[in-house]
Design a binder for this molecule. Structure first.
Ligand code: NAP
Length: 305
């Protein structure tokens, strides 16, 4: 299928970007530029290697240069909470910013995305959003056909992504959550937050003793060749899981997913999650539905060749 033509850069071109450190591995420029082209916008999406100590200045600089918005990746998502002018409820709820939208007042005095305004007034603010949390459960629903309310889920990992996933699963009404992390204190801290916010969820800081509907890997084990499995098979057999979601998307099939397939589980990797967090960011910047299929094709081509 032929992809839409990208408009040439001229003096009216507007910009968005991803900031990370490092950033050279990012597939976001390929995915977002495909979405931008499909929408027929004279925009470009760039990637910048921004050191954490320069993040505040880099956000202010993008605002001064009339950028549309930003995505933030490792290690900026927590730092940015204190560096944007305003926080959307999603960033407050999930405690991290992965998307910044620059906003100005429209003719009625309401804040609106600068991407939707023909002229950008002098007063612009940066507003932080989180599109990661919704992307996790959307990908699980679409790629595994799994509705999470009332389900039993084992979450492996309690870093940034594991914490967001566990909180979002609790918010979506899972019945039982099993949290396992190498550093137990981090899983305990996540469990404490969930107990406070979602007291109805049954929480266990250990492997399940019976079957679960989903195992979700949010550790970085599987990224590197030769990594061990992120779970202890003597404590939990994958035969007891109906489905396994691995947030890792490179490689496409981690040792965990291979083992899960062999054990008869439905499986999905993290590409759908990456797609949906990016598509939601583009929705927020344009005020339009992001074109998922061209974005998915560009992402798949960029990541898997
Ligand atoms: P992070 O905050 O650094 O957390 C890393 C997690 O992996 C922690 O739970 C850590 O345990 C665990 N871990 C690391 N090395 C380990 C080892 N040798 N043995 C056991 N556990 C180990 O990273 P993150 O941002 O949460 O990312 C986690 C994973 O999700 C990464 O693979 C990342 O690529 C993926 N991810 C995917 C997407 C997507 O869009 N698909 C988005 C975000 C993240 P400790 O707490 O004990 O250190």
């Amino acid at each position: 299928m032929s992809e839409p033509l990208t408009l040439p850069i001229d003096a009216r071109t507007r910009y968005c970007a991803v900031y990370g450190h490092p950033v050279s591995h990012s597939a976001s420029p390929a995915m977002q530029n495909a979405g931008i082209a499909a929408l027929g916008l004279n925009w470009r999406y760039l990637a910048f290697d921004v050191r954490p100590e320069e993040l505040g200045k880099a956000i202010v600089g993008a605002k001064a240069m009339n950028f549309i918005g930003l995505n933030l990746t490792v290690p900026h998502k927590l730092l940015a909470l204190d560096m944007v002018d305003s926080l959307d409820d999603s960033a407050k709820l999930w405690g991290a910013v992965n998307t910044v939208r620059f906003e100005a007042r429209d003719s009625n005095g309401n804040w609106q995305a600068v991407g939707e305004l023909a002229e950008t007034p002098a007063e612009v603010r940066s507003r932080g959003f989180n599109t990661d949390a919704d992307a996790i459960t959307r990908a699980v629903r679409e790629d595994l056909g799994l509705e999470l309310a009332g389900k039993k889920v084992l979450v492996l990992g309690a870093g940034g992504a594991g914490r967001t996933a566990a909180l979002k699963l609790a918010a979506d009404g899972v019945a039982e959550l099993f949290l396992v992390n190498r550093t137990r204190e981090k899983a305990e801290a996540v469990a404490q937050e969930i107990r406070r916010l979602y007291p109805r969820v049954k929480l266990v800081l250990d492997y399940p003793s019976g079957p679960v509907d989903l195992v979700l890997n949010a550790t970085s084990l599987g990224l590197k060749e030769g990594d061990p499995l992120p779970l202890a098979e003597r404590d939990f057999s994958l035969e007891a899981a109906a489905a396994v979601f691995d947030m890792i998307y490179r490689p496409a099939e981690t040792p965990l997913l291979k083992r899960a397939k062999a054990a008869g589980c439905r499986t999905a990797n993290g590409l759908g999650m990456l797609l949906h967090q990016g598509a939601r960011a583009l929705d927020l910047w344009t005020g339009k539905r992001a074109p998922l299929e061209p974005m998915r094709r560009a992402l798949t081509q960029n990541v898997y060749g």
